[in-house]
Design a protein around this ligand. Structure first.
Ligand SMILES: Nc1ncnc2c1ncn2[C@@H]1O[C@H](COP(=O)(O)OP(=O)(O)OP(=O)(O)O)[C@@H](O)[C@H]1O
Ligand SMILES: [Mg+2]
Length: 369
């Protein structure tokens, strides 16, 4: 089974082809970062317009690199949310049109499901169940993953996401958007101990996070001081240590509470080297193993959407084989509930794009065909 995946939730246009036997066959990505940098952040209308420009060439590129003829594609998966609604609609409209023209099912994929399944693209993938620490630009969540589509949020941020805090602090340090990776680089030359920032929410039980105070603490540290290289590096180091400590301690608590033997870290902040190192130690101390996607699949990409779409399509077909109901042959649209029941609505009965700016990751609510 072969699925093409299309990602347009924010400022990356990405397309990939995934095969359930041969794995990832190709991926192509265009980042809009340079375009948005002039504004210090993503401009939604510009993002949507650029996705429209990039989608078709990227689909051609991904198909050619994968060596797939279009009649070998069994499904078109697309990010249906959460994300910028205009950006999502460009991908959804494009993907659904493609699926209709090719006579294949369209598969709505939850962006966060894509992120947390991304380590399954690697050579030694984790098996279910596992604990996932999802740390991205818009989300910070600890998720109990029992299986495909079986997700329980154990704790999440009450305010800023970890990536958002990295980006806002990086901006204060004079780094261009998105500054997370550059801040991490700067922190390498920082002195330990000059700035010891608060570890938010560690003094109370539970698995919730809060990062907005940490960003303010960095602002206070910078106030009244000349912004030289030494100060920038020391603040970056203090900030990163506080974030890593907090994420690691909550992950340790969640491992203990769930008894999971596998810890997955995914999302853009999951590319952070210090965080990976600390989580490796935490996992080892808890008798667990750490899994993460390669760096390029931590941030947004089409590979994770193609993979999630392929798993959803396979689950849906399995459901139908077992007599769970639904029409499995021919073109159709899978959604979360449809996937659970093995149902595919005929494509001509549903022209809705299914894009959702806000979409909680929860059982029966997440991706599907
Ligand atoms: N090495 C790094 N250290 C810390 N943060 C990083 C690093 N590399 C990337 N990031 C951060 O990761 C974030 C981008 O990740 P990602 O693409 O997963 O988020 P998003 O797609 O914008 O958000 P969401 O998936 O929640 O909608 C940015 O905030 C970026 O600064
Ligand atoms: Mg993302």
């Amino acid at each position: 089974m072969r699925v093409i995946g299309i990602e347009t939730s924010c400022d990356e246009t990405a397309v990939a082809v995934y095969d359930d036997v041969r794995g990832l066959l190709s991926h192509a990505l265009y980042s809009q970062i340079a375009m948005h940098q002039a504004y210090g952040g993503v401009v939604p209308e510009l993002a949507s317009r650029d996705h429209v420009r990039r989608l078709l060439p990227l689909v051609r590129e991904a198909l050619a690199k994968s060596g797939s003829a279009r009649d070998s594609i069994d499904g078109v998966a697309y990010t249906a949310g959460p994300g910028l609604i205009g950006a999502l609609l460009t991908g959804a409209g494009f993907a659904r049109s493609l699926a209709y023209a090719w006579g294949t099912p369209a598969i709505r994929v939850h962006h966060l499901e894509g992120h947390l399944l991304a380590p399954l693209l690697e050579d030694s993938p984790p098996s279910f169940p596992f604990l996932a620490l999802l740390v991205s630009g818009g989300h910070t969540q600890l998720i109990d993953v029992a299986g495909l589509g079986r997700y329980r949020i154990l704790g999440e941020t009450l305010d800023d996401a970890a990536g958002e805090a990295f980006d806002k602090t990086a901006k204060m340090l004079g780094l261009p958007y998105p500054g997370g990776a550059a801040l991490a680089h700067l922190a390498e030359n920082g002195r330990a101990g000059r700035f010891v920032f608060p570890r938010p929410m560690l003094d109370r039980p539970g698995l919730a996070f809060s990062f907005s105070g940490l960003k303010t603490a960095a602002l206070v540290a910078l106030r009244g001081r000349a912004l030289d290289d030494e100060l920038r590096a020391d603040v970056a180091r203090g900030f990163q240590e506080a974030v890593v400590d907090t994420l690691a301690e909550k992950s340790r608590r969640a491992l203990r509470a769930t008894g999971h033997r596998r810890l997955v870290v995914a999302g853009g902040v999951g590319a952070n080297r210090k965080l990976r190192q600390r989580l490796g130690v935490i996992a080892a101390e808890s008798g667990a193993e750490l899994y993460f996607p390669r760096t390029e699949f931590c941030t947004d990409n089409g590979a994770m959407i193609a993979l999630a779409g392929c798993l959803r399509l396979a689950a849906s077909r399995l459901g139908a084989t077992r007599g769970a109901g639904g029409t499995m042959a021919g073109p159709g649209v899978l959604d979360g509930a449809g996937a659970a029941s093995g149902g595919i609505a005929p494509v001509w009965s549903d022209f809705g794009l299914g894009a959702r700016a806000n979409w909680p990751l929860a059982n029966d609510e997440s991706s599907g065909v």
